[in-house]
Ligand binder design. Structure first.
Ligand code: F6R
Ligand code: MG
Length: 367
């Protein structure tokens, strides 16, 4: 059984500022997707985190498929129309163009897709984060697939002891590099410790039961602001991770989020803050338009079905992480507009700050 899992997300408007995707969007998406089952897709699930709606689609049409992308595009157009009629905040924010030519990539929405040969048991996790950007999954992916302190399976499971191959993208220069753990560990970290480099995919290595060309993790890497050339909202990323039987166990995948590490993209895209793992029920933006949140939905894939979802962070086991995230929130907020709460000048070029600096230009004198 060969299937493609596509997670396509967009912010096409939200209710009360950028708080949450209105339920009518999800109902609209579900109606359209239900009509497409058997014709275009096999199964689907619709979810959200904050102002971003994610369409989780199971199908057998492969990646970059015009029908599948077209279906997502149709949904986002429809929810944009609803958002405009209702005067919702940020209506159509992520749709940079009206002109769909068969592929939704580079048009604003975020896309993570993988084609896999379904194993006897195939647990997968879909992650979606709000108020952050591509690169926000570098840290947990490294933890899951390269750090034995997070994933003891790397040490003791012969089925994964050979490690994994990382496909890392330099988004500014449109280049990619393949590096393998454990031997390239330091090189991997020299890149992905900066969000300038983004882990796009992870592959098994020779000797693994899964073929070397079949991804075991994939992230969305769209950079909306860079694409639009100005601040138009956030590139809140999504990710798909396969698990178990020679891959990180479910608990090793989730453990990577037990530490509320810092991500950029909070409030006006101008701040760093902790990433808080939450249940879908708590996946909204409130304090200081955040803090940045991530949800995780677990599914078992079999016979063209997505069995689930299980709301993985809907669990007191993550309460301490969430409390820690709020403690960090309090601490970092006290910095106000000072670095490192505020992003570096390099990142700030995609916020509205350049407009302010432009105004001050003529008032600078020689020293
Ligand atoms: C949106 C976001 C928010 C907005 C902020 C100001 O994704 O992160 O923090 O940037 O609410 O929005 P405007 O300028 O539209 O009032
Ligand atoms: Mg968002």
């Amino acid at each position: 059984e060969k299937v493609t899992i596509s997670v396509i997300k967009a912010d096409t408007g939200s209710l009360v500022g950028n708080h949450i995707v209105p339920p009518i969007f999800e109902e609209t998406a579900e109606d359209i997707l239900e009509d497409s089952v058997d014709e275009i897709i096999l199964d689907y699930h619709v979810t959200h985190v904050g102002d971003d709606m994610s369409l989780i689609l199971l199908h057998n049409k492969g990646e970059d498929n015009p029908e599948v992308h077209g279906l997502a595009w149709k949904i986002f157009q429809k929810t944009t129309k609803i958002a405009k009629d209702m005067g919702l905040y940020g209506a159509g924010e992520d749709l940079l163009s009206e002109d769909f030519k068969g592929n939704i990539k580079n048009m604003g929405p975020g896309v993570a897709e993988m084609t896999i040969n379904v194993r006897q048991t195939e647990p997968i996790f879909v992650f979606a984060a709000d108020k952050t950007e591509a690169g926000a999954f570098n840290y947990p992916l490294f933890q899951m697939f390269a750090n034995p302190f997070n994933t003891p399976g790397l040490i003791i499971d012969p089925a994964m002891h050979m490690g994994f191959k990382f496909e890392i993208w330099d988004l500014d220069n449109h280049k990619k590099i393949y590096l393998s753990a454990p031997e390239d560990l330091y090189d991997i970290l020299s890149l992905i410790g900066s969000i300038k480099y983004v882990i796009k995919r992870i592959y098994p290595r020779q000797g693994h039961k899964i073929p070397e060309n079949e991804p075991v993790a994939v992230t969305s890497t769209e950079r909306l602001n860079a694409e639009a050339g100005k601040y138009v909202g956030k590139d809140d990323p999504v990710m798909i991770v396969r698990s178990q039987k020679g891959l990180p166990a479910a608990g090793e995948v989730l453990e990577a989020f037990s530490f509320p590490y810092m991500v950029d993209g909070w409030m006006r895209g101008f701040h760093w803050g902790p990433l808080m793992p939450v249940s879908v029920k708590d996946a909204k933006a409130t304090r200081f338009d955040g803090p940045a949140r991530v949800i995780s939905l677990g599914f078992q894939v079999k016979n063209g079905k997505l069995y689930g979802p299980e709301d993985m962070f809907d669990d007191p086991a993550f309460d301490l992480t969430r409390n820690k995230a709020m403690e960090i929130t309090d601490y970092i907020r006290r910095h106000g507009p000072f670095e490192p709460h505020r992003v570096s000048s390099e990142l700030a070029q995609y916020t509205t700050l350049p407009k302010i600096l432009e105004k001050l230009k003529d008032r600078f004198q020689d020293i």
